[in-house]
Design a protein around this ligand. Structure first.
Ligand SMILES: [Zn+2]
Length: 142
């Protein structure tokens, strides 16, 4: 297990995009929302200031922004791995927690062995603002 103060590194498959975090995530969310289940992402959450994103010269980070346009999904243009999502605006309300999501599937599985994994299926049927914020095939309600 990584020492408390050892940065934990994540890397896309080709190594063009790496993201380092200062600690293990509190838990890993295997998010079942309309898009994350398609990505097969397993998110660890951090404050945006905590992580360090590095891209190799010439590497291209592609973005996918949809629905409420609250965040962007960022993936490597070369190997296609989903690396992280990033907030595009402050969280709603006072004291909302400003966070980003780091795809822990791009980390060394060994360091994540004892991190709690969560799968929340109720999100599949969660209420969304409009049809525009759900995939047509999803059972979300409006
Ligand atoms: Zn890559």
């Amino acid at each position: 297990m990584a020492a408390e103060n050892t940065p934990i590194r994540s890397s896309c498959h080709c190594g063009a995009i790496t993201v380092s975090a200062p600690r293990l995530p509190e838990y890993i969310n295997i998010c079942q929302c309309t898009i994350c289940r398609r990505y097969g992402a397993a998110w660890g959450y951090y404050h945006p200031d905590e992580v360090k994103i590095e891209t190799k010269p010439g590497a291209i980070t592609k973005q996918y922004i949809w629905g409420d346009r609250d965040l962007s999904f960022n993936f490597c243009d070369n190997c296609g791995c989903v690396c992280y999502w990033w907030p595009l605006r402050p969280p709603p309300g006072e004291g909302g927690e400003y966070q980003m999501g780091l795809n822990t599937n791009n980390m060394d599985p060994e360091v994540l062995k004892y991190v709690d994994r969560r799968i929340e299926y109720s999100v599949l049927k969660s209420r969304v603002r409009s049809k525009d914020t759900a995939h047509a095939d999803d059972p979300a309600t409006y």
